[in-house]
Design a protein around this ligand. Sequence first.
Ligand code: TD4
Ligand code: CA
Ligand code: ZN
Length: 309
Amino acid sequence: MSLVTTKDMFQKSLKNDYAVGAFNVNNMEIIQGIVEAAQEENAPLILQVSAGARKYAKPAYLTKLVEAAILDTGLDIALHLDHGEDFDICKKCVDDGFTSVMIDGSKHPFEENIRLTKEVVEYAHSKGVSVEAELGKLAGIEDNVNVDARNATFTDPEEAAEFVEKTGVDSLAVAIGTSHGAYKFKGEPYLDFERLQEINKLIPDTPLVLHGASTVLPEFVAKCNEYGGDIPGAQGVPEDMIKTAAKYGVCKVNIDTDLRLAMTAEIRKYLAEHPEDFDPRKYLGPARDAIKGMVQHKIKNVLNASGKR
Ligand code: TD4
Ligand code: CA
Ligand code: ZN
């Protein structure tokens, strides 16, 4: 039981067509809900921290909470920086004991993205830390993204191969139609699996990462709306699409929105039904349980749909 890199996790998942869940953490209850689920499923696990999470919780709290989770559960956990935007934040996280960092240079021109990623790879690898990079842009809410728009924003397979070769990066986040948040598609959900397969064919040994992979579970959206919320038209990536992605080289599936929805739905319900209560443990407890149930379902039925873990 310790903090581990993603290296072994990804090698195994690449060979066996399952994916590892990478869940965003912001506080103790979220961490506890996730690790309890992973413990019951005996699953590999990545906990990831965004710049926003570091700002909200303060860096030391999150790393110490993750260390506590390892002590408590005996799990191996990878601690990962999500969407690091420059060398400095990546270096800070490496120095703080993270076992994996993402350098997101996707907003830069191709050559600059390569330069920046290479700089992070050199530093991180010298400390035994894995690096994820990103190529292409995650889609906004689109009805039907036409072919030209797709080619302009989605990851180009040839570029992906060149990028990995030139940077030495350990894993690559690809843009194939997902987006962050609760409003991923206006009409029918669409992901460009042909493109994903093409990328996987050109760089078969590179673990791919799917950002924006929350399902936006209707059950939690409905519960939020039933108890005073207002999130109409929310839609995520259907579970079957995540299962398909795991067959085409996707080893890491990023989930944040589903955690937020599960937590908020339970808190709304509890407070609506118990207006006299003001003990935070009374509503954070059920919120933690909801996270655990949701994560366990995902690990068991979606991420490990191949059954080969
Ligand atoms: O990378 N992520 C998580 C993004 C988290 C953003 O956190 P801040 O609000 O602190 O910036 C994902 O790919 C998650 O995708 P999802 O489908 O869950 O939105
Ligand atoms: Ca990006
Ligand atoms: Zn992301």
